[in-house]
Design a protein around this ligand. Structure first.
Ligand code: SF4
Length: 171
């Protein structure tokens, strides 16, 4: 015990320092999402996140958009608790056979106009979980997808860039 304590005190930190976030760039991206949403919808954007079977890595990055550090709600991006209040369904993970029906019901409960964003490589085609007996496939196996944001997992900045692209090209 004494030896472990001594090692912990004397050893240097083994992890690499996190890269410094570009706060100005993130704020600019978030403002662009809000501008595009107001031009398209006349109000700010509401997002319902659905985990259809992910490892939760993608959720960590999505939740980061809302944490005290990024705090993107100040720019009008809102995560909502019900699909009935959502403009965008942000779906993560491969779609498991157990979640397929729930995802379909969530999609049907979301009012038009609605957009589906599949987040992460697994949401495209099942990713590393493809071929599992428990996995139905990518999100497109269950519902129509308007945009794929690839990455394992995609960063908050990539998520924002995806939302801007979605709103700018949405009909
Ligand atoms: S894309 Fe990567 S982080 Fe996201 S659910 Fe798949 S394995 Fe996890």
């Amino acid at each position: 015990m004494r030896r472990t304590l001594f090692e912990n005190i004397t050893q240097r930190v083994l992890t690499e320092p996190a890269p410094a976030p570009d706060e100005a760039a993130l704020a600019e991206l978030a403002k662009s999402v809000d501008r595009a949403a107001r031009a398209k919808l006349g109000r700010s954007l509401s997002i319902r996140q659905v985990d259809a079977g992910s490892c939760n890595g993608c959720e960590l990055e999505i939740h980061a958009l809302n944490n005290a550090f990024y705090d993107l709600e100040r720019f009008g991006l809102r995560f909502v608790a019900s699909p009935r209040h959502a403009d965008v369904l942000m779906v993560t993970g491969p779609v498991t056979k157990n979640m397929r029906e729930a995802l379909l019901r969530t999609y049907n409960a979301t009012p038009d106009p609605k957009w589906v964003v599949a987040v992460g490589t697994c949401a495209v085609d099942g990713g590393i979980f493809a071929g599992s007996y428990a996995v139905a496939g990518g999100v497109e196996e269950a519902i129509p997808v308007d945009l794929h944001i690839r990455g394992c997992p995609p960063s908050p900045a990539e998520l924002l860039q995806g939302l801007i692209a979605l709103l700018e090209h949405a009909r």
